[in-house]
Design a protein around this ligand. Sequence first.
Ligand code: 13P
Ligand code: SF4
Length: 297
Amino acid sequence: MIEDEIRMLRNDRRAVILAHNYCRGEVQDIADFTGDSLELARKATEIQADVIVFCGVRFMAETAKILNPEKKVLLPDPTAGCPMAEMITAAQLRELKAQHPGAKAVCYVNSTTEVKAECDICVTSGNAEKVMATLKGEEIIFVPDMHLGGYVSKKLGETYACWKGFCPVHAKLELRHIRDGRIEAGMDAPVLVHPECDKPVREAADHCLSTGGMCRFVKESPAERFVIGTEKGILHRLQKENPEKEFFPIGDLVCEDMKKITLEKLRDALEKMQYEVVVPDEIAKRARKAIERMLSV
Ligand code: 13P
Ligand code: SF4
């Protein structure tokens, strides 16, 4: 069985497998730890093993590498990227900074290492509100996600200069999906959406949460039925951890990049020690500052 091969190779290589909540169910099942971007970044700082195999997309694997420069970090499919992270370049951010001298530059963790290196601090969907509360009153440039930026600035009563980036997967979620979800699941079923969703969708939902936040919310909630407005991979974990509860995904949201990591590629990664994530020292050093500042909040 391929799972046995992976387990054997994992022991031989002294490796730890991390997986994002959107990964394929079988990949989540074999991982040592599954979580959201913040939980995975934190986990990466606690790892004793020599090798981290990161089942997720490139910016996540690079974050793990930046936090563990001495470890080998492998991304089983080197083409697994996040289209939103590619929506702003470091040169575009420098231009934006020049238009707002004195502003603090904040990036969503879904950004390239080069962009992180230009920023004062980084946030994830799991901690954005808490981190941004520490910058209240400052002029803020927020990149690349206009939706997360819009969500947090509204909550804190602030105005940010947001870059117009977005997640093409969550952009597909529309108001009519929420309406249909409520009809199907019943009006008392809480509607949970990701902050990467468009404003009308966020406002029509009951809760706006990171993927880790959704997992915690469902576990603690007395409700039995939930409408889920995020990438479908999360349903595997929600159903596994809450077998007695019922989930109603809306919008048919699939992130093709997250699905690129298969068991076969995970096995090959461990066998051939591929594909190693490399981040040049100078850029890693600057990006690390923004990530560590976030982790210290
Ligand atoms: P989370 O940090 O909430 O898991 O989000 C990551 C992501 O890419 C959402 O699209
Ligand atoms: Fe990027 Fe969206 Fe995929 Fe998350 S779901 S990795 S933001 S494209």
